[in-house]
Ligand binder design. Structure first.
Ligand code: HEM
Length: 407
């Protein structure tokens, strides 16, 4: 097939269903120059894995200078070397181990329960709008000690940030909304950061204000940028992950029944969702030198678009890759939330998602509580989930019905 016949990643056809195009790209054009985004598209598992792991130091994350810095300010995603590891060491403890277990699990549980309480007696809900778009962002707001009453503004901000990040076609309105978000978020956050420095509490924001590694502290601007990244990276992604795990289970009732019966399977169902329907479908890098990949050479100084959604369905890596199968034996669920993961949804290497274990805790708690509240959970009659999004992707809505549990 000539490259002219490959559906363009900016076309409506691709947005409606990117998976056939991913297959064609992997098979016929594993390295494709894309004029509109001025980037090289990479789609095979082995190539995307190699770019992310970057063992030979051939790639940078300088793409975030234009993809995110205009809305967030400079964040950890752009840093490299020692600067990156020092900054990561400041923030990583909050997202794993005893901080996560002792401080934040109760926050996750109570936020999930509060949302379910709003619909548990009604017999119907939309898992996307009533739950998934609210739960992770409420958790982060609570972790940071921000006012959850501002939920609608947080949601508006992170949606604008992610739209800016994925603004592949350079839409002017998206750019303008991103720039407004930078100003509004700074106006909102900087006074809170100053107040928290004066009166620290037991929250993550206070911890970020006080944190010091090798004498390095974060400035107000750094902290604001990091909070903006947390809302976006932890909000939009986990929101899509929760919607997708439910869509996958509802479309595969025998697997839903197995998970309901044995809740330890949630981990596998989540790992398989990350492979099959990852929340983030694309991540970019810049090449520092000429690099050989399948299909040719990426010249130094180019932008590379790594198609996670395509790589995670590479037939050379996974058997029957388009099938959602939580029991598959070619995906290791125990490693799925560490940098040794064998799916690519959290990237790999230095920038491997620092929130992976938090996302896992949210999904496990959320799925458990929703299954308990909805013993005969099913999709609303005649409803077929429709995915939306090209850069990030997940079900647009998920109306469900259930018999309320007597309380
Ligand atoms: C299922 C949910 C999630 C997915 C699919 C996801 C995906 C990703 C991906 C693909 C990256 C790598 C970006 C790159 O290499 O350019 C990343 C990094 C990151 N994620 Fe997540 N993420 C999720 C949840 C979270 C949560 C809950 C948080 C925190 C609240 C978070 C915070 C971050 C941060 C701070 C980074 C940057 C790490 C670094 O540069 O060292 N993520 N995430």
């Amino acid at each position: 097939m000539s490259t002219a016949q490959i559906p363009d990643i900016l076309s409506p056809e691709f947005a409606a269903d990117p998976y056939p195009a991913y297959r064609v790209l992997r098979e016929s054009a594993p390295l494709l120059w894309h004029e509109a985004t001025q980037s090289w598209i990479v789609s095979r598992y082995a190539d995307v894995e190699r770019v992310f792991k970057d063992k030979a130091g051939q790639f940078t994350t300088d793409n975030y200078d234009w993809q995110l810095e205009p809305v967030h300010g400079k964040t950890i995603l752009q840093l490299s070397g020692r600067e990156h590891s020092v900054r990561r060491a400041l923030v990583a403890p909050a997202f794993r181990g005893s901080d996560l277990q002792e401080k934040f699990l109760p926050v996750i549980e109570s936020n999930s329960r509060a949302l379910i309480d709003q619909f548990r007696a009604t017999g119907s809900a939309d898992i996307v709008s009533d739950y998934a778009t609210r739960f992770p962002v409420n958790v982060i707001a609570d972790m940071l000690g921000l006012d959850k009453a501002d939920h609608a503004r947080f949601h508006g901000w992170y949606t604008a940030v992610i739209a800016f990040l994925g603004n592949l076609s350079g839409d002017q309105e998206v750019t303008a909304a991103g720039e407004r978000t930078r100003v509004e978020f700074a106006e909102y956050m900087i006074p809170i950061i100053r107040a928290r420095r004066e009166n620290p509490g037991d929250d993550l924001l206070s911890a970020l204000c006080a944190a010091e590694v090798d004498g390095v502290r974060m400035s107000d601007e750094d902290i604001k940028a990091f909070c903006s990244l947390l809302l976006a990276a932890g909000g939009e992604t986990t929101d899509k992950a929760i919607a997708s795990i439910f869509a996958n289970l509802l479309m595969n009732p025998e697997q839903l029944a197995a998970v309901r019966e044995d809740r330890s399977l949630i981990e596998r169902a989540f790992a398989e969702t990350l492979r099959h329907t990852p929340p983030v479908h694309m991540i970019m890098r810049q090449s520092a030198v000429d690099v050989e990949l399948s299909g040719g050479t990426v010249p130094a100084g180019a932008t590379v678009t790594c198609l996670i959604g395509a790589a995670n369905r590479d037939e050379d890596r996974y058997r029957n890759p388009d099938r959602f199968d939580l029991f598959r034996d070619d995906l290791t669920s125990t490693k799925a939330f560490s940098a040794a993961a064998d799916h690519l949804a959290f990237a790999l290497g230095r920038h491997f998602c620092v929130g992976a274990l938090l996302a896992k805790a949210e999904v496990e708690i959320g799925v458990n509580q929703l299954l308990d509240a909805m013993p005969d959970l099913r999709l609303a009659d005649g409803f077929d989930p429709v995915e939306q999004g090209v850069f990030t992707r997940g079900p647009q809505s998920l109306p469900v019905r259930f018999t309320p549990v007597a309380s």
